[in-house]
Design a protein around this ligand. Sequence first.
Ligand code: ATP
Length: 249
Amino acid sequence: KSTETLLELRHLVKRYGGLLATDNLDLTVTRGEIHAIIGPNGAGKTTLIHQISGAIAPTSGSILFNGRDITGVSMHERVKLGLARSYQITNIFKEYSVLDNIALAVQARRGSSMRFWQQAVSDKALFDEARAIGGQVGLEARIDVIAGNLAHGEQRQLEVGLALATLPKLLLLDEPMAGMGPDESARLIPLIRNLRNEIGVVLIEHDMDAVFQLADRITVLVAGRVIATGTPDQIRNDPEVKKAYLGDE
Ligand code: ATP
């Protein structure tokens, strides 16, 4: 397994008035790794993922991606460099089919504007790629369904597909299981696991069963600070984590 570092956070601080939402945070994510970030409400998980995606700027500290300092790089440029974030459904064109949604995302990556969508309709390679991505997120049987008619869990799968269409090296997944029933999350888990063969994944998730099934490493945040990083077994047995967060689980 590769240990190539994809993402490195150095002394990341985000201050809101007197509050440190991320407090001198260090973190690395390697290629081929699913790295979960867990912690109680208000621990700073969302603030952290916003800083990685470029939605908000850190107060101090730096973010390196593939060895390059991207702290001041725009969100759009970060996507081009291979840093993708799965948004919560808001990206989906509900009146278009699953296939068309993914094809549009592939087309956007290729740099053509939506104006050229009509020409793109005849582009076989585009739709072959979109179909393959649909399969990667488990939607092959639903590829021609209008996205607005998908079940909630399927829309979440499509979200991941739209992020994959940017050909990310690192994928940020912000609560992919949110609002899913047990059957739906059971279906999503192997799909996420398969992604890690080629890329790195940062996973924020409240569903601890999913986290412990998926993660190669887990970082536990409490009040903006890393209190532990390790394998699921290490985290499960870490006395400080048990005390601060997991209770007696
Ligand atoms: P949850 O699990 O509830 O989503 P979280 O771990 O994602 O929580 P954050 O949303 O990152 O936590 O919040 C971390 C801390 O920063 C919280 O105390 C929150 O109130 C504070 N915070 C977040 N955004 C802002 C903001 N824009 N202005 C002021 N305080 C903020």
